[in-house]
Ligand binder design. Structure first.
Ligand SMILES: Nc1ncnc2c1ncn2[C@@H]1O[C@H](COP(=O)(O)OP(=O)(O)OP(=O)(O)O)[C@@H](O)[C@H]1O
Ligand SMILES: [Mg+2]
Length: 296
C-alpha cells in the first residue's frame, strides 16, 4: 500500500472534516474523490464541499458547492457537478472575496452536518503562494475547523501555509508528494476549462425573468444606467440565505429593462450581484462593483 492509499484510509475512517491543500494540479480533487469513495465503502455519511471557486468539482464557477455522496455514482464528474446546496461568491479569484467565500463555506458545512454528514471532505483551490494563498487558506481553516489537513506538494511550496496553520490552529497536517500520474495543465487549458464549465451550466434549458432594479444586493445607486449590468453574473437567492443557482443579466434596449437568464426554473427571491461579466464563450471578465457604481 502506498502513502496516498494509507492517507485515504486514515482520512476516510477517522476524520470529521478533512481539507485537501495543494498548488495547481496537485491531485487534490482526485484524492478527495478517492477519500469519499473509500469512506462510503466503510459506511460513513459523506459530504463533498468544493471550496475551489475556479476549477470546479461541485457547482458552477464563482460558487462554492456541497453535495452529499450517497453512492459511488454520485462521484462521477457529471453527478458531482450538481450541488445539493450552493453558496455564491461571484468571482473566480478568492482573495478579494474572502467574506462571501468563508461565510458560504461555514454555512454549507453546517448544512452538511444538519443533513447527516459525519465526514465533510473539503476540496480547495490551487492558490497557495504569497499573501493571497496564506490569507485564503488561513480563513478557510478558521471557518471550517478541519481535524485533518492533507498537503500535496512538489517541493516545499506548502511550507509557509502549513506553518501558519500549525502555529495558529495546532491542526494535524500530513504532507504527501504529488502522485506521478498527475498531468499539469497550462494557464490556457485552465481558462478554457472554466469557460467550458460555465458554458455547460448555461447549456441547460434557460429561463428568462424580467428583473426589477430593486432586487439587487448591493443595491443600485440612484440614476444608475442599467445597461452597465448587461451580462453581469448574479447569484439567485432562495430567500432563506442560500442560493438556487447562478445566472447573468441581459439589458433589453427596447424597454430599457433587465432580464435574468438562468437554468433555474424557479424565480429568485433576490439577486446578489457578482464581480464578473460573462463575455462571449462565457469567459469571465473581472468587474469591480465599487468602480461600476462610482461609490465606496
Ligand atoms: N493519483 C493519480 N493517478 C493518476 N492521475 C491522477 C492522479 N491524481 C490526479 N491525476 C490526474 O492529474 C490531473 C490533475 O488532478 P486533480 O484535478 O485531482 O488536481 P487538482 O489539484 O484538484 O487540480 P486543480 O488545481 O485544477 O483543482 C487530472 O487529470 C487527474 O486525472
Ligand atoms: Mg481540483
Amino acid at each position: 500500500m502506498n502513502e496516498h492509499d494509507r492517507l485515504v484510509g486514515r482520512a476516510a475512517r477517522d476524520a470529521k472534516t478533512v481539507l485537501f491543500i495543494g498548488g495547481l494540479d496537485a491531485g487534490k480533487s482526485t484524492l478527495a474523490r478517492a477519500t469519499a469513495a473509500y469512506a462510503l465503502h466503510v459506511g460513513r455519511a459523506v459530504a463533498y464541499l468544493d471550496a475551489d471557486v475556479s476549477q470546479k468539482t461541485v457547482g458552477p464557477p464563482a460558487t462554492v458547492g456541497m453535495k452529499h455522496i450517497r453512492s459511488v455514482d454520485d462521484l462521477t464528474f457529471d453527478r458531482l457537478a450538481e450541488a445539493d446546496h450552493l453558496g455564491f461568491v461571484g468571482s473566480t479569484s478568492p482573495a478579494d472575496h474572502l467574506l462571501p467565500l468563508v461565510g458560504a463555506l461555514a454555512r454549507l458545512r453546517d448544512r452538511a452536518r444538519a443533513e447527516g454528514a459525519d465526514l465533510v471532505i473539503v476540496d480547495t483551490g490551487g492558490v497557495v503562494g504569497g499573501i493571497s494563498g496564506q490569507l485564503v487558506k488561513y480563513y478557510k481553516v478558521d471557518a471550517l475547523e478541519p481535524d485533518l489537513i492533507v498537503g500535496l506538494q512538489r517541493g516545499e511550496e506548502l511550507e509557509p501555509v502549513l506553518g501558519v496553520i500549525e502555529r495558529f490552529f495546532g491542526i494535524d497536517t500530513v504532507t504527501l508528494p504529488i502522485h506521478p500520474g498527475v498531468e499539469p495543465t497550462s494557464v490556457e487549458d485552465r481558462m478554457a476549462q472554466r469557460e467550458r464549465q460555465m458554458s455547460r451550466y448555461f447549456a441547460q434549458e434557460l429561463h428568462r425573468f424580467r428583473v426589477k432594479p430593486t432586487v439587487f444586493m448591493p443595491s443600485l445607486p440612484p440614476l444608475f444606467d442599467l445597461k452597465e449590468l448587461d451580462r453581469l453574473m448574479v447569484g439567485l437567492s432562495d430567500g432563506s440565505g442560500g442560493f438556487t443557482g447562478v445566472g447573468h443579466l441581459e439589458y433589453v434596449p427596447e424597454d430599457g429593462g433587465l432580464r435574468l437568464i438562468s437554468p433555474v426554473a424557479e424565480p429568485p427571491k433576490a439577486l446578489r450581484l457578482g464581480s464578473v461579466r460573462l463575455e462571449a464563450n462565457y469567459r469571465a471578465k473581472r468587474v469591480d462593483l465599487r468602480n461600476l457604481f462610482g461609490t465606496e
